[in-house]
Design a protein around this ligand. Structure first.
Ligand SMILES: [Zn+2]
Length: 403
C-alpha cells in the first residue's frame, strides 16, 4: 500500500460533507423519474448550476430519438430529457470520463418522493443512493482534484444522462463519443454492497419486442383460415426460454394482443429481455434469434418484425481494468477504507464505457442499498468517504498510474 502523501492529504482536507448532503437533499426533492420531462429539466438546471463550479463548459445535449413498440404494435417515440456534459480542459493530453445519471426509477405518481432520516447516519429517499449521492461525489471529488498541482495537465468530461434507468438508449451514442481516447473512466453507481464493494465483471442486457402479424378469422365458422398470432408469439416465447444456457438467461416478459374469444387473433407483441454473460453468448444469441424468427414465420404462416437489441454489452474486466481496481483498492487502504469487489448481473453505463475499450470502475458512488425500492437508503458519511476515494484516485491516475 502506498501511504497518502502530504500533497494528497491536502486535496481532501476541504471536502465539504455538509454541502454534499445539502445537494443530495435538494436533488432528491426533485422528481426525475425517467421520461418525466419537467422534473428532468429542473434537475438539469440545478446540475448545470452546480457543475459550473468547475473550470469548464457545461452544456445540455438533446436526447437522441428513441422509439418503443406500443401494445398495438405501432412504433412510437419515447420522450427523454436532456443530458448534461461538462468539458474541462478538452485539449489536455490525458483525459478522464466521469459518468452519472440524473434519472430515477420513481415516476411522479409514485408514493416515494421525499427523504426520511432512518438514523443519524442514514437517509431513506428516492435516488439518494442511485445516484444523486453519486453525482454529489463526482462534483466534490473534482473540486478536490482541481486543488492538485497535476490538474492543469489533465482534462476530463463529466456526463450525466437522463435515461440510464431505461437503458441509456438516447445517450449511448454520446457515451460512446465521450469515451473515445479517454485514459480511464469512473461511473458513480452506488457500491454493490453497503460495505462499499465495487462491481467487477458485469453481464450484458438486451430488450426486444417482436410484433406478430397473423390472419383473423371466425373461431367457429372458418378457423382454418386464421393464423393465430398469440399462439405464434407463445411458441416463440417457449422456444426462446429453451434457448437459454449457462452463458445467457432469457426472460420472455409480456405478450400483448388478441381480442374477443370468438376471433382468431391476428396480432400480438412479445417482449423479452436477455442477459448474456459474454460477448460470444451475445453474438450467438443474435443468430439463434434470427433462426427462431424464420422458423416461427414458416411454421405458423405469420410475419414477425423485430424491434430492439442489446443495449448493454457484457463488461469483462481486462488487464487495464484490473490495474484500475488495484489502484482504487490501494487508495482505499491508504484512506482506511476496505475496498473489495464482486461480479454482478446488474448492468449500467459502465458496460457501454467498457465496450469502448476504456478501463472503468462503475460503482464509485455512495454506499447504500435497496435501490429501485421505497427502502432505498444512502449512508450519509459515505459522501465524503467516496469523494476522498475518487479525488485521490484521480490524482494518482493523473500521474499515469495505469502505465
Ligand atoms: Zn443507477
Amino acid at each position: 500500500m502506498k501511504q497518502l502523501t502530504d500533497e494528497e492529504r491536502a486535496l481532501i482536507t476541504e471536502i465539504d460533507q455538509q454541502g454534499m448532503l445539502a445537494a443530495v437533499e435538494l436533488w432528491a426533492d426533485i422528481n426525475s423519474g425517467t421520461g418525466h420531462l419537467p422534473g428532468l429539466a429542473r434537475m438539469a438546471e440545478e446540475l448545470s448550476t452546480a457543475f459550473s463550479a468547475l473550470p469548464g463548459e457545461v452544456s445540455l445535449i438533446d436526447p437522441a430519438p428513441v422509439t418503443t413498440i406500443a401494445a398495438d404494435g405501432q412504433e412510437v417515440p419515447r420522450e427523454n430529457g436532456q443530458h448534461l456534459v461538462c468539458r474541462v480542459r478538452p485539449d489536455a493530453p490525458r483525459r478522464f470520463l466521469l459518468t452519472g445519471h440524473m434519472d430515477t426509477v420513481y415516476p411522479p405518481d409514485h408514493p416515494f418522493q421525499s427523504i426520511t432520516w432512518l438514523d443519524d447516519d442514514t437517509i431513506n429517499g428516492p435516488g439518494t443512493a442511485d445516484m444523486k449521492g453519486g453525482i454529489a461525489v463526482i462534483l466534490e471529488a473534482l473540486k478536490a482534484f482541481e486543488r492538485s498541482p497535476h490538474a492543469a495537465e489533465i482534462g476530463y468530461d463529466v456526463m450525466i444522462n437522463s435515461d440510464e434507468e431505461t437503458g441509456s438508449l438516447s445517450s449511448s451514442a454520446l457515451i460512446h463519443e465521450l469515451a473515445q481516447g479517454k485514459y480511464a473512466a469512473l461511473t458513480y453507481e452506488p457500491s454493490a454492497r453497503p460495505e462499499g464493494t465495487l462491481a467487477h465483471a458485469r453481464g450484458g442486457s438486451g430488450n426486444y419486442a417482436v410484433t406478430v402479424t397473423g390472419q383473423s378469422a371466425h373461431a367457429g365458422r372458418n378457423p382454418q383460415d386464421g393464423r393465430n398470432a398469440i399462439v405464434a408469439a407463445a411458441d416463440l416465447a417457449v422456444r426462446l426460454k429453451a434457448a437459454q444456457h449457462a452463458s445467457i438467461s432469457i426472460n420472455p416478459a409480456k405478450i400483448d394482443g388478441g381480442g374477443a374469444n370468438n376471433v382468431v387473433p391476428d396480432h400480438a407483441v412479445l417482449r423479452f429481455n436477455i442477459r448474456p454473460k459474454t460477448t460470444a453468448a451475445a453474438e450467438q444469441f443474435e443468430k439463434t434469434l434470427a433462426q427462431l424468427i424464420t422458423a416461427i414465420e414458416t411454421e405458423h404462416d405469420v410475419s414477425l418484425s423485430l424491434h430492439g437489441g442489446i443495449s448493454r454489452p457484457p463488461k469483462p474486466v481486462d488487464a487495464q481494468a484490473e490495474k484500475l481496481f488495484a489502484l482504487v483498492r490501494d487508495v482505499g487502504a491508504a484512506l482506511g477504507q476496505n475496498i473489495d469487489w464482486q461480479d454482478t448481473g446488474g448492468v449500467c453505463d459502465g458496460n457501454n464505457v467498457a465496450a469502448c475499450g476504456v478501463p472503468v470502475i462503475d460503482t464509485m458512488g455512495v454506499r447504500g442499498g435497496k435501490i429501485h425500492s421505497p427502502q432505498e437508503f444512502m449512508i450519509v458519511p459515505s459522501l465524503s468517504e467516496r469523494a476522498a476515494l475518487s479525488a485521490i484516485t484521480l490524482h494518482r491516475l493523473a500521474s499515469g498510474a495505469l502505465a
